[in-house]
Design a protein around this ligand. Sequence first.
Ligand SMILES: Nc1nc2c(ncn2[C@@H]2O[C@H](COP(=O)(O)OP(=O)(O)OP(=O)(O)O)[C@@H](O)[C@H]2O)c(=O)[nH]1
Length: 359
Amino acid sequence: MSQEKIPVTVLTGYLGAGKTTLLNRILTEDHGKKFAVIVNEFGEIGIDNELIVDADEEVFEMNNGCICCTVRGDLIRIIEGLMRRKGKFDAILVETTGLADPAPVAQTFFVDADVQKETRLDAIVTVADAKFLSDRLKDAPEAKNQIVFADVILLNKTDLVSRAELEEVEARIRGLNPYAKLYHTKKCDIALDKVLDRHAFELDRILDLDPDFLTVEEHDHGHHDHDHGHDHHHHDHDCAPDCDHEDHHHAPKVLHDDEVKSVAIEIAGPVDPDLFLPWINEVVQRDGPDILRSKGILAFPNEPRRYVFQGVHMILDGDLQREWKPDEKPNSRIVFIGRKLKEKELREGFRACAAFQTA
Ligand SMILES: Nc1nc2c(ncn2[C@@H]2O[C@H](COP(=O)(O)OP(=O)(O)OP(=O)(O)O)[C@@H](O)[C@H]2O)c(=O)[nH]1
């Protein structure tokens, strides 16, 4: 019996570009396929996972941490675990955080012998925010690598820009990556055969860009020491428990923006929408340029459904979604990701929205 390698699609793109929107579209479309989904998020209170549709698919969470640790640890471990249950799924989808450099993720599929035997990297699919990508290419190193490494690019949110703006951002993308297939989308509305089973990842092109891409094997497992002129900083977050920070200078080329931090806040119980909605509007109107991303899952008093809000800079979106499940605590959680976040003010502001103030 021939052993088909399992195709892996890596979904990447900067914060808020539409990765989860695409993932949910893939999972809910009627394709008869069974996916294993691996997600990796930035921000410690597990909101992203909860925003993935309630599909039959199992969702595996990669350790919330620096992707270079994740590559050495969680991703390999999860994939090895999945391989022991072969036949239960047809393909693997990996959604990276908006702050991930896709290079080390892609590398995993070539440098780890066990992973390589069983899987093939089908394509790196990058979702690009038509409204904000041009700005992020100027100040966020990860955003650039997400475009450079892409095999397929969804230039998403075309509804938010004019024709001229769209042409401008497309030209910027083409300047970085003339090879990728590029599609214009709204809400990542795309035929799935344009993103799945593409056989698109081209190692040769990547080796042209990064001749050291495969040299990891020559060193100790997962180590790779070369300098492309970018420093490797790490975020204000916890790396995997087994992460040896001293090793970071040996890690694969990783582009991080150490100014980007996250602030996660949780209230035990509901918030008052009449307090919360004006507050969040004011926060993003005032600090939107620095708040790259905000999102939350909230409980409102006497409301059986969860209120989910999403923000990208000053653009806010929110609605009541499914009901709280009996085993879920109806708490209210929000996370902000950005630069120069006013942490104290955000914490106090959110806490002041609690529906039932405790003394
Ligand atoms: N106007 C508009 N909004 C969109 C479009 N696609 C997605 N959005 C909205 O953009 C917000 C972010 O979308 P997500 O799919 O959560 O983005 P993401 O890339 O997964 O975000 P992170 O995981 O936080 O990096 C949500 O409010 C979406 O509803 C689009 O084409 N047009």
